[in-house]
Each structure stands twice: as C-alpha cells, then as structure tokens.
Design a protein around this ligand. Structure first.
Ligand SMILES: NC(=O)c1ccc[n+]([C@@H]2O[C@H](COP(=O)([O-])OP(=O)(O)OC[C@H]3O[C@@H](n4cnc5c(N)ncnc54)[C@H](O)[C@@H]3O)[C@@H](O)[C@H]2O)c1
Length: 262
C-alpha cells in the first residue's frame, strides 16, 4: 500500500460499482463503511439510509478520510421523482456532510454521458478539456455534480475528484448491449479495474484540489476516453479488456453471446 490504511465511506455501496469498490478497498487493507438505502454486501460497517436525509449522511461521515459518492439513479429516469432527489439533493447532502464533518477527500461518480455527442462521432479520444455535451437529464445531473464539486474544492479546501466512469454492467441487458457494440466494448470498465481505480483514487497524494478524469478498462480497438489524466494524477493503469473481469453470472451470459468480429 502507498499510504496508511484509510477509512472510506462509500455511498451506493450495494450497487454494481459500490460492490466492486468496497471489495477492492477491503482486500487492500482499507476500512470501508457502506451507505445505501438497501442493505448491502459490504462486510463490517454498513449504514442503511437515504441520500435525501442530510442527518443520515452526517451521521455516516464522522471520522472518515474520504467519501466515494456513488449513490444515484444511474441513468435517465423521471426527473422530479428520481433524478432530483437521488442525484441532486443527494449530491448536496454528501458535499454538505463532507464540509460539516471535515472530510478531506470526496470522489464523485460522473459519467462518459457528459461527452455523449463526441463519444459517438469523435474525434477520439475525448479529453477532459473538450466541450461538455450531456446526453440528457441524467448526464446533466452529473455535469451539475462536477460543477458543485469544483465549488466545494475551492470554497472549502476539500480534494474533489470527479470520475467519468466507463460502463460497469448492472444487468444482463447491459452485457448484451456491450457485446453488440465495439464502441461500448472500448468504454467497458471491469469491476476489477473499477476496484483498482478507487484504490488509486483513495491512495493518491493530498492537495490536488479539483480534478476530472476518465476511468475505463483497456479498449478492444482504440481509446475513446483519454486515459492520461487518471494515469498522471493517480497512476491508474487498467489491466482488463472486455470481457475480462465480469462478475460470474455476467461472464457466463456473455460467453453465450456472439461478439462482432469474432
Ligand atoms: N455502472 C456504470 O456503467 C456507470 C457508468 C457511469 C457512471 N456511473 C455512476 O456510478 C454510480 C454507481 O452506479 P451503479 O452502476 O453502481 O448503479 P447501481 O444502481 O447498481 O447502484 C446505485 C446504488 O445507489 C443506491 N441509491 C440510489 N439512490 C439512493 C438514495 N436516495 N439513498 C441511498 N442509496 C441510494 C441504490 O440503492 C444502489 O444500490 C452512479 O452514480 C452512476 O451514475 C455508473
């Protein structure tokens, strides 16, 4: 380990990315506290609570060294009933909890959907400095998260890292979708590489302020998202390439699908 063991709060710890992050951090010797509205798979500390309640977040954030904020509605959905409470109010509460509890580092899950048009039309690789082109309301909530993260980094001296994550499959439908598209395979993020990414993000040196990076596995064909910011800031090097590192049920399902070009 490059640092002392850290105590990390993971919101959305019962989800696809949360489970991968928790598993990797625990195996590395860090201490993990999970927070989710459903009981999760995190061994040890787990808090069941709703992101819409500031008190619950403040209660869960005491004494931690970092928050990995993943809890959200993870794709387009009804704005007033889903995206607004889970992605906007939840974000406000997690940043406020970090400020009130003096948590020095927050890692915010953003998405490659903020670069939607360029991701599909090129030029590639999309760089973090390229123009933002959100797909729709879900991606717009992540643009908002990046902007709010910047404000908290500058106003409250919290290191805030916004990571535009590649695709970690949540369902067999998403495995089918990735199997059928070269572009999707290039932006696949294996659960194992997601774990490697969050270890690197937790162990990176303090004092970087605000940064945006992409995180994917290695591409099958070509880099669609620029891997350099995560490499430079965190030393993150993906080891997998689609379909490496899939969860067991997804791996068996993917093996039965026809992959283009195979
Ligand atoms: N999986 C991907 O491909 C992908 C890609 C880009 C970005 N992301 C982002 O990564 C994060 C995690 O995504 P995921 O794929 O693991 O999604 P997921 O749906 O598997 O997990 C999200 C978790 O958040 C929890 N949650 C949602 N609203 C909550 C609330 N109000 N209070 C408490 N818990 C709440 C859910 O119960 C769930 O366990 C999300 O922010 C998502 O937008 C995911």
């Amino acid at each position: 380990m490059n640092s002392e063991p850290k105590h990390v709060l993971i919101t959305g710890s019962a989800g696809a990315v949360g489970r991968a992050a928790a598993k990797a951090l625990l195996a590395r010797g860090h201490r993990v506290r999970g927070f989710d509205r459903v009981p999760g798979a995190v061994q040890g500390e787990g808090v069941v609570g709703n992101m819409t309640e500031l008190d619950a977040l403040v209660g869960a954030s005491g004494g931690v060294d970092a928050i990995i904020h993943l809890a959200a509605t993870p794709d387009d959905d009804d704005f007033p009933s889903q995206l607004l409470p889970n992605n906007i109010l939840g974000l406000y509460n997690v940043l406020e909890a970090a400020r009130l509890c003096r948590v020095p580092r927050v890692i915010l899950a953003s998405t490659g959907q903020v670069n939607w048009i360029q991701l599909h039309a090129g030029p590639w690789p999309v760089r973090v400095t390229d123009r933002i082109q959100p797909r729709y309301w879900y991606a717009a909530t992540k643009v908002f998260a990046e902007a709010a993260g910047h404000a908290y980094a500058t106003n409250h001296s919290i290191d805030v890292l916004a990571v535009r994550l590649g695709s970690v499959p949540r369902s067999l439908g998403q495995v089918t979708e990735i199997s059928g598209s070269e572009l999707s395979q290039d932006v696949y993020l294996s659960p194992r590489d997601a774990g490697r990414f969050f270890i690197a993000a937790i162990e990176a040196r303090a004092g970087f302020g605000f940064e945006v990076v992409f995180a994917t596995s290695q591409p099958v064909k070509s880099w669609r998202f620029d891997p350099e910011p995560a490499r430079r800031l965190l030393g993150y090097e993906p080891q997998d390439r689609w379909p490496d590192g899939l969860e067991e049920e997804h791996r068996r399902f993917a093996a039965g699908l026809t992959v283009p070009g195979s």
